[in-house]
Design a protein around this ligand. Structure first.
Ligand code: ATP
Length: 372
């Protein structure tokens, strides 16, 4: 298996900059997920690693060797794409064996490797069938098996589960994770599904408009977003993001959420971090729905809100709470809060809130970078 390094990669298609100054070290045996909205450059970056696209600028290194000028076949990498192209006239067995036959491996070795990978992916009983009689999920597993049988330096997987139904997606996700651990394969996986990314990745590379926004463990990317984009992209429901102003008076810094009565005093440590990171007053405040505690009584709570909408999701409820009205547009200012289904409230009811001070985020309004 192998370490993959991308150095200052830039790729344009006409006027479109698909990948911009992209730098990343993917460690040997690591599982890295490229995550981002459609068109952010995930597939292009993956294809650059594979050798299917050529960057105008930058270096691709595999195990320390610059491979920019290597053909895809000479990079010793296996890929699985969303649209798995199985050979329709070949049995599943021969589809899986195909890459091994191409490199002239002994027949007995081919047989044992095909059967081992078929066993892991639970497709042994389909080895004699033709692809046309398989379901989408089964074909997907055959495509994965064909990639995994090779034991290449790395696997590149581009939305390999896009065609599967919800349950099969979850099952296959678990299978891919298990396989990756078992084989210890360096893997780069592309998806726009953040749940998939969180559950699979050692590290997630969040991309937006061709730019790598943040690289970190699922925990880091979710809990310590470095930019407004990452904060707004990760999480469902998404983080509450509200415009705010910072005021300092007699050594205390207070945060006021615009067009609301919400004032939050910051701790000395938070003040010091903000002072270090910004000189401006306007910012964007962020807090996740699960980091706001709601209660029916005001005891110890300063923030009140009116229940605007209740979304029961079974194991949790999502409440949309009205905390103010935009002065110019008269648009309601809403806060989403996650509550336990046993917390019974009615639309229009006044409730009381407490923000988890440790889980508050602040972003510079201009640079959109985290300042707290
Ligand atoms: P998706 O999730 O929709 O597959 P993505 O994040 O993988 O999107 P890319 O496919 O890498 O994004 O595309 C990045 C940008 O480059 C997009 O604006 C896309 O339209 C453009 N692009 C990609 N391939 C080409 C091409 N062959 N010719 C012209 N533009 C392209």
């Amino acid at each position: 298996m192998a370490q993959i390094i991308l150095e200052n990669i830039e790729k344009r298609f006409g006027d479109v900059i698909a990948v911009k100054d992209f730098n990343l070290v993917i460690e040997d045996q690591e599982f890295v997920v490229f995550l981002g909205p459609s068109g952010c450059g995930k597939t292009t970056t993956l294809r650059i690693i594979a050798g299917l696209e050529h960057p105008e600028q930058g270096n691709i290194l595999i195990d320390g060797q610059r491979v920019n000028d290597f053909r895809p076949a000479d990079r010793d990498i296996a890929f699985v794409f969303q649209f798995y192209a199985l050979y329709p006239h070949l049995r599943v067995y021969d589809n899986i064996a195909f890459p091994l036959k191409a490199v002239k491996i002994a027949k007995s070795d081919i047989d044992s490797r095909v059967r081992k990978v078929a066993d892991i992916l639970q497709i042994t009983d389909m080895l004699d069938r033709k692809p046309s009689v398989l379901s989408g999920g089964e074909m997907q597993r055959v495509a994965l098996a064909r990639a995994m049988v090779r034991q290449p330096k790395a696997y590149l997987l581009d939305e390999p589960m896009a065609n599967l139904d919800a349950k099969l997606r979850i099952d296959t996700r678990a299978e891919i994770k298990r396989l990756q651990h078992e084989i210890g394969a360096t893997t780069v996986f592309v998806t726009h599904d953040q749940i998939e990314a969180m559950s699979l990745a050692d590290r997630i590379a969040v991309m937006h408009q061709g730019v790598l926004q943040q690289i970190g463990t699922p925990h880091e990317v979710y809990n310590k977003p470095q930019s407004l984009f990452v904060a707004g992209f990760m999480g469902s429901p998404t983080m509450n993001l509200l415009e705010a102003e910072l005021y300092s008076h007699q050594g205390t810094t207070t945060l006021e959420l615009n067009h609301t009565n919400v004032h939050l005093d910051l701790t000395l440590e938070q003040q010091a971090r903000i002072d270090k990171n910004t000189s401006k007053n306007s910012c964007v405040f962020g807090i996740r729905p699960e980091h706001i505690a709601a209660a029916k009584e005001p005891i110890g709570r300063k923030i009140s809100a009116d229940v605007h909408l209740i979304e029961p999701l079974g194991s949790v409820n999502i409440l949309d709470l009205l905390i103010g009205t935009h002065a110019d547009t008269q648009e309601p200012i809403l806060l989403r809060v996650r509550t336990h289904p046993t917390f019974k409230v009615e639309v229009g009811e006044k409730i009381w809130l407490d923000f988890d001070a440790e889980q508050m985020h602040l972003f510079d309004k201009n640079t959109e970078q985290a300042i707290l």
